[in-house]
Design a protein around this ligand. Structure first.
Ligand code: NAG
Length: 394
């Protein structure tokens, strides 16, 4: 009897495990099996589009696999709504864009996911081949804007885990109009002088988390646009680049505000800014409130702590106007390190619409082995603990 039962277990257990595994995984689509070539030059877009259509049409969970190898992708636009809410894209290889700057000249995003509920992207490298666009912009010619490497639009319940975005022509990863997005272990790498290559841009989205990511770019590490609420950023390393920025806000007269943003346990190395809030010097309904910057390490950062409400590039469309954007309830806690300029803390708020409820606690910013300086305009709030430079808040 014991032998019989053991025998049955030996036969059926693996079978059960196999069935369970196969069912849990649902439909799996391997792009090479579907005809894609890992030669770096045959366009894999049509195959990816076919795989997406199948995955999206599946009533159960579906998974698309990009195996090891380099796949040229002219562009990909992957739209829902889908019949399931569990599509996984596993990338072991690299997707490369065209290095010809005209190929994506009229395309906003090289790879875009839209109207999807339940999407996870794991691993992989996406290479936007942006150097042609950067060089064009450097030489000041009439250049295409460049495409964003990856854009997620109007989507819910999204995970991006372990993806590397490199050489983006423009912004690297954009989250726009989304709810519940978890970005983790992402690496962004563009040269420090590449124009407009923001690492991650979040706008009109709620409940987004960005964790354990390493971002080096030529523009903002993370930029936070109007209509962002409940954003959590933790353990991010920025540099080179322009640091983490809420804004620019207030470009439009009518604009949703930014509410409940936390940046914690993050490091800035050799960036232009550390933690920044920036708004146009023009009338607007926009606002930024309930913002928390905490446990921040600074290494040779030009503007470690900054609020700038007088943004007006080339003095066009706003000269001598005060920002309508209301900034309130911003806490700076445990922010330490070195500034690359004398002014380590700068609050340049709207004169007619001052910042209120700013809080400084345990701050130590040095410049050239001395305590840095602080500068305040229209900034109201309180300080506690050791604050160096001393608070200039009213
Ligand atoms: C603020 O956002 C965090 C997530 O980033 C969330 O856990 C928290 O509940 C939010 N607070 C409020 C008051 O909505």
């Amino acid at each position: 009897m014991a032998i019989y039962e053991t025998l049955m277990l030996l036969i059926f257990l693996p079978l059960l495990l196999f069935l369970n595994h196969a069912l849990a995984d649902g439909l799996t689509l391997d792009i090479v099996s579907l005809g894609a070539k890992p030669d770096g030059k045959t366009d894999a877009s049509p195959v990816l589009q076919t795989a997406w259509a199948k995955a999206c049409d599946s009533t159960g969970p579906a998974s698309i696999h990009v195996p090891i190898g380099t796949f040229y992708v002219q562009s990909g636009s992957f739209n829902g709504p889908c019949k399931n809410n569990a599509i996984t894209i596993r990338i072991d290889g690299t997707l490369v864009a065209s290095s010809d700057i005209q190929v994506l000249a009229k395309t906003k995003a090289w790879i875009e996911f839209k109207d999807v509920n339940g999407l996870s992207i794991h691993g992989g490298v996406i290479d936007g081949k942006g150097s042609g666009i950067w060089n064009c912009k450097h030489s000041g010619n009439n250049c295409p804007d460049g495409a964003r490497n990856l854009e997620i639009t109007n989507a819910q319940n999204v995970i991006i885990n372990g993806l590397a975005s490199i050489n983006s022509q423009m912004f690297n990863i954009v989250v726009h109009g989304c709810q519940n997005v978890n970005i983790q272990g992402v690496k962004v790498s563009d040269p420090g002088d590449s124009p407009n290559t923001d690492g991650i841009h979040v706008q009109e989205s709620s409940d987004v988390t960005i964790l354990s990511s390493n971002i080096g770019t030529g523009d903002d590490c993370i930029s936070i646009g109007p209509g962002t609420t409940n954003l959590w950023i933790e353990s991010v390393t920025c540099g080179p680049g322009h640091g983490i920025s809420i804004g620019s806000l207030g470009k439009s007269a009518n604009e949703p505000g930014v509410k409940n943003v936390t940046v914690t346990s993050s490091t800035f190395s050799e960036t232009t800014n550390g933690v920044r809030i920036k708004s146009w010097g023009r009338p607007s309904s926009g606002f930024a409130t309930d913002i928390h910057f905490q446990h921040i390490t600074l290494d040779n950062v030009k503007n470690p702590i900054i609020i700038d409400q007088n943004y007006c590039p080339h003095d066009k469309g706003c000269p001598h106007q005060d920002s309508g954007v209301k900034i309130s309830d911003v806490t700076y806690e445990d922010i330490k390190g070195t500034s690359a300029t004398k002014i380590g803390v700068k609050f340049d708020c709207s004169p007619t619409n001052p910042c209120t409820g700013l809080t400084l606690e345990d701050i130590k910013v040095t410049y050239d082995d001395q305590i840095a300086k602080a500068s305040c305009k229209g900034a109201k709030g309180t300080a506690s603990g050791v604050v160096e430079p001393a608070s200039c808040l009213e």
